[in-house]
Design a protein around this ligand. Sequence first.
Ligand SMILES: [Zn+2]
Ligand SMILES: [Zn+2]
Ligand SMILES: [Zn+2]
Length: 215
Amino acid sequence: TGAINGLLGWYMIREGKKMLSITIEGDGRHLITDAVMSAGLVIGLVLIDLTKIAVLDSLLSIAIGLFIVYTAYKLVRKSVAGLMDETDFSMVDEVLQILNKNREIEWIDIHNLRAQRYGNELHIDCHMTLPNYFDLTRVHHEVSKADELVNQFGNIKTEFFIHADPCIPECCFYCRMPNCPIRSQEKTEDYIWDMARVAQNNKHFATETIVIAHE
Ligand SMILES: [Zn+2]
Ligand SMILES: [Zn+2]
Ligand SMILES: [Zn+2]
């Protein structure tokens, strides 16, 4: 399978460049790395078998160990970057800037955001907290508005899947709704929707301590 992976990897890099798709290109490199690794493993095993040199056996074990550590490191780094490709970071950042600049008073927060790039399309999943007394028509309207905004101002076509969350009293301190009939406390904080904040799997920001001053 090493040779097949190598071929497939080369093909994906070529196609990736053609489509300007960083994700596919990245996957192609990954496949080539795997192919080289598989080939190295086979050559190592054959050498051990032919030469019966015990040192080779240990060397191969060390190499495999290092490779596993390296793979684990890459995985951890990727999940720290918010489960998204680092190359997609700037595109998601652009989406966040558009949302921040044009955000509606009704959009209490955005969280649990995940992004993925498919070719020339960006796919974003996120949760949006809205006042819990909005009816479905209103919720649909707010969600569609966010989608339209991002596709109107963004440089990349974005497929937006927004999951609506009803607000809870813990949201009130950063909720901008004026004359809210169920407000339990005054609004004291303003949050900018940056990557670190919106990527959180946390429901709402209530437990957060990072605070941005009023505008
Ligand atoms: Zn609809
Ligand atoms: Zn409220
Ligand atoms: Zn949520």
